[in-house]
Design a protein around this ligand. Structure first.
Ligand SMILES: [Zn+2]
Length: 361
Protein backbone atom coordinates (compact mmCIF):
# COMPACT_ATOMS: atom_id res chain seq x y z
CA UNK A 1 0.00 0.00 0.00
CA UNK A 2 1.29 3.41 -0.90
CA UNK A 3 0.17 4.77 2.44
CA UNK A 4 2.93 2.79 4.06
CA UNK A 5 5.69 3.61 1.63
CA UNK A 6 7.45 5.87 4.09
CA UNK A 7 7.86 3.02 6.54
CA UNK A 8 8.83 0.23 4.18
CA UNK A 9 12.36 -0.76 5.10
CA UNK A 10 13.34 -1.40 1.49
CA UNK A 11 12.94 2.24 0.50
CA UNK A 12 15.45 3.46 3.03
CA UNK A 13 18.36 5.31 1.49
CA UNK A 14 21.48 3.41 0.48
CA UNK A 15 19.63 0.11 0.34
CA UNK A 16 18.64 0.28 -3.30
CA UNK A 17 20.64 0.86 -6.38
CA UNK A 18 19.98 4.25 -7.85
CA UNK A 19 20.67 5.08 -11.45
CA UNK A 20 21.12 8.76 -10.77
CA UNK A 21 24.38 8.57 -8.87
CA UNK A 22 25.41 8.79 -5.25
CA UNK A 23 22.71 11.15 -4.08
CA UNK A 24 20.01 8.55 -4.27
CA UNK A 25 16.53 10.08 -4.38
CA UNK A 26 14.89 6.95 -3.02
CA UNK A 27 12.26 8.87 -1.07
CA UNK A 28 11.61 11.00 -4.12
CA UNK A 29 10.94 7.82 -6.07
CA UNK A 30 8.27 7.00 -3.47
CA UNK A 31 6.56 10.31 -4.21
CA UNK A 32 6.81 9.76 -7.97
CA UNK A 33 5.28 6.32 -7.53
CA UNK A 34 2.45 7.89 -5.53
CA UNK A 35 1.87 10.51 -8.24
CA UNK A 36 1.75 7.79 -10.88
CA UNK A 37 -0.86 5.93 -8.85
CA UNK A 38 -2.87 9.17 -8.65
CA UNK A 39 -2.82 9.43 -12.44
CA UNK A 40 0.14 11.80 -12.75
CA UNK A 41 -1.09 14.55 -10.46
CA UNK A 42 -2.37 14.57 -6.88
CA UNK A 43 -5.01 16.59 -5.08
CA UNK A 44 -4.11 18.22 -1.76
CA UNK A 45 -6.91 19.30 0.59
CA UNK A 46 -8.03 22.87 1.24
CA UNK A 47 -8.29 25.42 4.02
CA UNK A 48 -8.69 23.71 7.37
CA UNK A 49 -9.58 26.64 9.59
CA UNK A 50 -11.92 28.02 6.95
CA UNK A 51 -13.88 24.78 6.93
CA UNK A 52 -13.91 24.52 10.73
CA UNK A 53 -15.39 28.01 10.87
CA UNK A 54 -18.04 26.93 8.40
CA UNK A 55 -18.95 24.25 10.94
CA UNK A 56 -19.44 26.99 13.54
CA UNK A 57 -16.11 26.97 15.38
CA UNK A 58 -14.76 30.24 16.79
CA UNK A 59 -11.03 30.19 16.09
CA UNK A 60 -10.10 33.44 17.75
CA UNK A 61 -7.34 31.82 19.79
CA UNK A 62 -3.52 31.74 19.68
CA UNK A 63 -3.75 28.02 18.92
CA UNK A 64 -6.07 28.73 15.99
CA UNK A 65 -7.35 25.50 14.40
CA UNK A 66 -5.25 23.38 16.80
CA UNK A 67 -7.68 24.42 19.53
CA UNK A 68 -10.15 21.91 18.10
CA UNK A 69 -7.85 19.03 19.00
CA UNK A 70 -9.17 19.33 22.56
CA UNK A 71 -12.44 21.23 22.11
CA UNK A 72 -14.00 19.40 19.17
CA UNK A 73 -11.94 16.55 17.72
CA UNK A 74 -15.06 15.19 16.00
CA UNK A 75 -15.12 18.32 13.84
CA UNK A 76 -11.46 17.86 12.94
CA UNK A 77 -12.33 14.37 11.70
CA UNK A 78 -15.39 15.78 9.91
CA UNK A 79 -13.33 18.38 8.02
CA UNK A 80 -10.86 15.69 6.93
CA UNK A 81 -13.81 13.66 5.65
CA UNK A 82 -15.22 16.70 3.81
CA UNK A 83 -11.97 16.93 1.88
CA UNK A 84 -11.73 13.21 1.22
CA UNK A 85 -15.20 13.29 -0.27
CA UNK A 86 -14.11 16.29 -2.34
CA UNK A 87 -11.40 14.12 -3.90
CA UNK A 88 -8.23 14.86 -1.90
CA UNK A 89 -5.30 12.43 -2.19
CA UNK A 90 -3.41 14.14 0.61
CA UNK A 91 -4.97 15.44 3.82
CA UNK A 92 -3.02 17.70 6.13
CA UNK A 93 -3.30 17.25 9.86
CA UNK A 94 -4.64 19.95 12.16
CA UNK A 95 -1.18 20.52 13.67
CA UNK A 96 -0.16 23.65 11.76
CA UNK A 97 -0.25 25.76 14.89
CA UNK A 98 -0.05 22.87 17.36
CA UNK A 99 3.11 22.96 19.44
CA UNK A 100 4.02 21.61 22.84
CA UNK A 101 4.97 25.15 23.86
CA UNK A 102 1.60 26.48 22.71
CA UNK A 103 -0.33 23.80 24.58
CA UNK A 104 1.75 24.43 27.72
CA UNK A 105 0.82 28.11 27.49
CA UNK A 106 -2.81 26.92 27.58
CA UNK A 107 -2.18 25.06 30.83
CA UNK A 108 -1.58 21.57 29.46
CA UNK A 109 1.34 19.49 30.70
CA UNK A 110 4.16 18.57 28.32
CA UNK A 111 2.80 15.01 28.14
CA UNK A 112 -0.70 16.26 27.36
CA UNK A 113 0.73 18.50 24.64
CA UNK A 114 2.51 15.51 23.11
CA UNK A 115 -0.71 13.50 23.24
CA UNK A 116 -2.59 16.29 21.43
CA UNK A 117 0.06 16.42 18.72
CA UNK A 118 -0.23 12.66 18.21
CA UNK A 119 -4.01 13.06 18.20
CA UNK A 120 -3.80 15.35 15.16
CA UNK A 121 -2.29 12.50 13.14
CA UNK A 122 -4.60 9.87 14.64
CA UNK A 123 -7.71 11.90 13.72
CA UNK A 124 -6.57 12.11 10.11
CA UNK A 125 -5.85 8.37 10.03
CA UNK A 126 -9.30 7.70 11.54
CA UNK A 127 -10.91 9.86 8.86
CA UNK A 128 -9.06 7.94 6.15
CA UNK A 129 -10.22 4.63 7.66
CA UNK A 130 -13.84 5.84 7.92
CA UNK A 131 -13.71 7.08 4.34
CA UNK A 132 -12.26 3.84 3.00
CA UNK A 133 -14.85 1.80 4.95
CA UNK A 134 -17.73 3.90 3.63
CA UNK A 135 -16.47 3.75 0.08
CA UNK A 136 -16.20 -0.02 0.35
CA UNK A 137 -19.73 -0.36 1.75
CA UNK A 138 -21.24 2.16 -0.65
CA UNK A 139 -19.23 1.08 -3.64
CA UNK A 140 -22.31 0.98 -5.88
CA UNK A 141 -22.86 4.68 -5.28
CA UNK A 142 -19.30 5.50 -6.17
CA UNK A 143 -18.61 3.07 -8.93
CA UNK A 144 -19.41 5.62 -11.61
CA UNK A 145 -16.47 7.72 -10.56
CA UNK A 146 -13.16 5.95 -10.19
CA UNK A 147 -11.75 8.77 -8.05
CA UNK A 148 -13.79 7.32 -5.22
CA UNK A 149 -12.77 3.74 -5.75
CA UNK A 150 -11.03 1.76 -3.04
CA UNK A 151 -7.69 1.97 -4.69
CA UNK A 152 -7.41 5.74 -4.58
CA UNK A 153 -4.19 6.48 -2.71
CA UNK A 154 -4.54 8.76 0.30
CA UNK A 155 -1.62 10.08 2.32
CA UNK A 156 -1.61 11.80 5.69
CA UNK A 157 0.72 14.80 5.76
CA UNK A 158 1.65 16.15 9.20
CA UNK A 159 1.37 19.90 8.99
CA UNK A 160 4.22 21.89 10.54
CA UNK A 161 3.75 25.64 10.64
CA UNK A 162 6.62 28.02 11.08
CA UNK A 163 7.93 29.48 14.33
CA UNK A 164 5.91 32.58 13.48
CA UNK A 165 2.71 30.52 13.47
CA UNK A 166 3.40 29.64 17.12
CA UNK A 167 4.16 33.27 17.97
CA UNK A 168 0.79 34.18 16.41
CA UNK A 169 1.98 37.74 15.96
CA UNK A 170 1.86 37.88 12.17
CA UNK A 171 5.56 37.03 11.78
CA UNK A 172 4.64 33.85 9.91
CA UNK A 173 3.87 36.20 7.02
CA UNK A 174 7.17 38.10 7.25
CA UNK A 175 9.70 35.63 8.69
CA UNK A 176 10.90 38.49 10.88
CA UNK A 177 11.55 36.90 14.26
CA UNK A 178 14.18 39.40 15.38
CA UNK A 179 17.96 39.03 15.46
CA UNK A 180 18.03 36.72 18.46
CA UNK A 181 16.37 33.85 16.57
CA UNK A 182 18.93 31.63 14.83
CA UNK A 183 18.85 28.36 12.91
CA UNK A 184 19.60 26.64 16.22
CA UNK A 185 16.62 28.35 17.90
CA UNK A 186 14.32 27.11 15.16
CA UNK A 187 15.71 23.56 15.19
CA UNK A 188 15.28 23.32 18.95
CA UNK A 189 11.76 24.70 18.68
CA UNK A 190 10.59 22.15 16.09
CA UNK A 191 12.62 19.08 17.08
CA UNK A 192 10.29 17.26 19.50
CA UNK A 193 7.19 18.20 17.60
CA UNK A 194 8.45 16.77 14.32
CA UNK A 195 9.60 13.55 16.00
CA UNK A 196 6.19 13.11 17.67
CA UNK A 197 4.27 13.69 14.43
CA UNK A 198 6.47 11.20 12.60
CA UNK A 199 6.14 8.68 15.43
CA UNK A 200 2.34 8.99 15.30
CA UNK A 201 2.32 7.51 11.80
CA UNK A 202 2.18 10.42 9.36
CA UNK A 203 3.14 9.44 5.81
CA UNK A 204 4.68 12.82 5.07
CA UNK A 205 5.81 15.92 6.91
CA UNK A 206 4.42 19.09 5.34
CA UNK A 207 6.59 22.05 6.28
CA UNK A 208 4.17 24.77 5.26
CA UNK A 209 4.00 28.51 4.76
CA UNK A 210 7.79 28.73 5.11
CA UNK A 211 8.60 32.44 5.14
CA UNK A 212 12.41 32.53 4.87
CA UNK A 213 15.71 30.81 4.04
CA UNK A 214 16.46 30.63 7.75
CA UNK A 215 13.39 28.47 8.39
CA UNK A 216 14.18 26.22 5.41
CA UNK A 217 17.78 25.76 6.54
CA UNK A 218 16.61 24.83 10.05
CA UNK A 219 14.23 22.18 8.68
CA UNK A 220 16.94 20.67 6.48
CA UNK A 221 19.38 20.42 9.37
CA UNK A 222 16.70 19.03 11.66
CA UNK A 223 15.75 16.27 9.19
CA UNK A 224 19.39 15.37 8.72
CA UNK A 225 20.44 15.53 12.37
CA UNK A 226 17.54 13.38 13.50
CA UNK A 227 17.84 10.98 10.58
CA UNK A 228 14.12 11.33 9.89
CA UNK A 229 13.11 8.64 7.38
CA UNK A 230 9.64 10.02 6.70
CA UNK A 231 9.56 12.07 3.49
CA UNK A 232 8.87 15.80 3.73
CA UNK A 233 7.74 18.61 1.51
CA UNK A 234 8.81 22.22 1.73
CA UNK A 235 6.17 24.77 0.82
CA UNK A 236 6.98 28.48 0.87
CA UNK A 237 4.64 31.43 1.24
CA UNK A 238 5.49 34.07 -1.32
CA UNK A 239 4.78 37.76 -1.62
CA UNK A 240 5.36 38.03 -5.36
CA UNK A 241 6.60 36.00 -8.32
CA UNK A 242 10.23 35.99 -7.19
CA UNK A 243 10.37 36.22 -3.42
CA UNK A 244 9.13 34.40 -0.36
CA UNK A 245 7.38 36.34 2.40
CA UNK A 246 10.62 37.53 4.04
CA UNK A 247 11.98 38.87 0.75
CA UNK A 248 14.42 35.98 0.28
CA UNK A 249 14.64 34.69 -3.28
CA UNK A 250 12.45 31.70 -4.14
CA UNK A 251 15.43 30.37 -6.11
CA UNK A 252 17.59 30.33 -2.96
CA UNK A 253 14.81 28.80 -0.88
CA UNK A 254 13.96 26.08 -3.39
CA UNK A 255 17.67 25.27 -3.76
CA UNK A 256 17.91 24.65 -0.02
CA UNK A 257 14.93 22.31 -0.27
CA UNK A 258 16.48 20.58 -3.29
CA UNK A 259 19.64 19.85 -1.31
CA UNK A 260 17.80 17.75 1.26
CA UNK A 261 17.50 14.02 0.68
CA UNK A 262 14.26 13.74 2.65
CA UNK A 263 12.46 16.45 0.68
CA UNK A 264 10.24 14.82 -1.95
CA UNK A 265 8.38 17.88 -3.23
CA UNK A 266 8.92 21.63 -3.25
CA UNK A 267 6.44 24.39 -3.81
CA UNK A 268 4.34 27.25 -2.54
CA UNK A 269 1.21 27.71 -0.45
CA UNK A 270 -0.70 30.58 1.13
CA UNK A 271 0.25 32.68 -1.85
CA UNK A 272 -1.95 34.74 -4.17
CA UNK A 273 -2.95 32.79 -7.29
CA UNK A 274 -1.61 35.48 -9.63
CA UNK A 275 2.00 34.72 -8.59
CA UNK A 276 1.81 30.93 -8.91
CA UNK A 277 2.73 30.49 -12.56
CA UNK A 278 5.93 32.53 -12.28
CA UNK A 279 6.89 30.77 -9.07
CA UNK A 280 6.52 27.33 -10.65
CA UNK A 281 8.82 28.43 -13.47
CA UNK A 282 11.42 29.66 -10.98
CA UNK A 283 11.31 26.53 -8.82
CA UNK A 284 11.74 24.37 -11.91
CA UNK A 285 15.06 26.08 -12.60
CA UNK A 286 16.64 24.78 -9.40
CA UNK A 287 15.03 21.41 -8.70
CA UNK A 288 13.72 18.36 -10.50
CA UNK A 289 11.66 17.29 -7.49
CA UNK A 290 7.85 17.33 -7.93
CA UNK A 291 6.33 20.79 -7.52
CA UNK A 292 3.30 21.46 -5.36
CA UNK A 293 1.02 24.50 -5.26
CA UNK A 294 -1.83 25.24 -2.91
CA UNK A 295 -2.60 28.93 -3.12
CA UNK A 296 -4.95 30.90 -0.94
CA UNK A 297 -8.07 32.41 -2.39
CA UNK A 298 -6.35 35.64 -3.31
CA UNK A 299 -7.56 37.51 -0.27
CA UNK A 300 -4.88 38.91 2.03
CA UNK A 301 -4.60 38.62 5.77
CA UNK A 302 -4.16 41.74 7.85
CA UNK A 303 -2.35 40.69 11.06
CA UNK A 304 -3.17 44.02 12.71
CA UNK A 305 -6.90 43.53 12.48
CA UNK A 306 -6.94 39.70 12.27
CA UNK A 307 -9.14 40.06 9.22
CA UNK A 308 -9.04 38.78 5.67
CA UNK A 309 -9.25 41.58 3.16
CA UNK A 310 -11.01 40.76 -0.06
CA UNK A 311 -9.04 41.18 -3.21
CA UNK A 312 -10.81 42.72 -6.16
CA UNK A 313 -8.76 40.48 -8.44
CA UNK A 314 -9.58 36.98 -7.21
CA UNK A 315 -11.93 35.36 -4.77
CA UNK A 316 -12.65 31.91 -3.35
CA UNK A 317 -12.12 29.23 -5.99
CA UNK A 318 -11.43 31.48 -8.93
CA UNK A 319 -7.99 29.96 -9.38
CA UNK A 320 -9.37 26.54 -10.31
CA UNK A 321 -9.44 27.40 -14.05
CA UNK A 322 -5.66 27.88 -13.87
CA UNK A 323 -4.88 24.36 -12.69
CA UNK A 324 -4.30 23.09 -16.24
CA UNK A 325 -1.95 25.97 -16.96
CA UNK A 326 -0.01 25.34 -13.75
CA UNK A 327 0.19 21.66 -14.56
CA UNK A 328 1.60 22.45 -17.97
CA UNK A 329 4.12 24.75 -16.28
CA UNK A 330 5.41 21.78 -14.29
CA UNK A 331 3.46 21.42 -11.04
CA UNK A 332 1.97 18.05 -10.11
CA UNK A 333 0.34 18.47 -6.69
CA UNK A 334 -2.53 20.93 -6.33
CA UNK A 335 -4.69 22.08 -3.45
CA UNK A 336 -5.90 25.13 -1.60
CA UNK A 337 -4.81 27.09 1.44
CA UNK A 338 -6.61 29.77 3.44
CA UNK A 339 -10.19 30.61 2.44
CA UNK A 340 -10.51 27.64 0.11
CA UNK A 341 -13.23 25.09 0.76
CA UNK A 342 -14.21 21.54 -0.32
CA UNK A 343 -15.86 22.95 -3.43
CA UNK A 344 -12.50 24.38 -4.45
CA UNK A 345 -10.88 20.99 -4.00
CA UNK A 346 -13.59 19.24 -5.95
CA UNK A 347 -13.00 21.73 -8.74
CA UNK A 348 -9.29 20.93 -8.67
CA UNK A 349 -10.00 17.21 -8.71
CA UNK A 350 -12.32 17.68 -11.70
CA UNK A 351 -9.70 19.77 -13.48
CA UNK A 352 -7.03 17.13 -12.95
CA UNK A 353 -9.12 14.10 -13.80
CA UNK A 354 -11.48 15.33 -16.43
CA UNK A 355 -9.77 18.07 -18.38
CA UNK A 356 -7.36 16.75 -20.97
CA UNK A 357 -3.77 17.23 -19.91
CA UNK A 358 -1.84 19.44 -22.27
CA UNK A 359 -4.69 21.82 -22.83
CA UNK A 360 -4.47 25.19 -21.16
CA UNK A 361 -7.69 26.50 -19.82
ZN1 LIG B 1 -2.94 29.82 4.03
Amino acid sequence: MIAQYSREPNIRPNKRVCLRGEKCPVMELGMRDFLNKCGGAAVIDGGFATELERHGVDLNDPLWSAKCLFTSPHLVRRVHLDYLYAGANIILTSSYQATIQGFEAKGFSKEEGETLLRRSVELAIEARNIYNDRVTKDSNDFVRDERYGRSRPILIAASVGSYGAYLADGSEYTGDYGDSVTVQTLKDFHRERVKILVGAGADLIAFETIPSKLDAQAYVELLEEEGIETPAWFSFSCKDENNVASGDSILDCASIADSCRQVVAVGVNCTAPRFIHGLISSIKKVTSKPILVYPNSGETYNPDTNQWVESSVEAEDHFVPYIGKWRNAGASLFGGCCRTIPRTIRGISDAIHEKPHGKSI
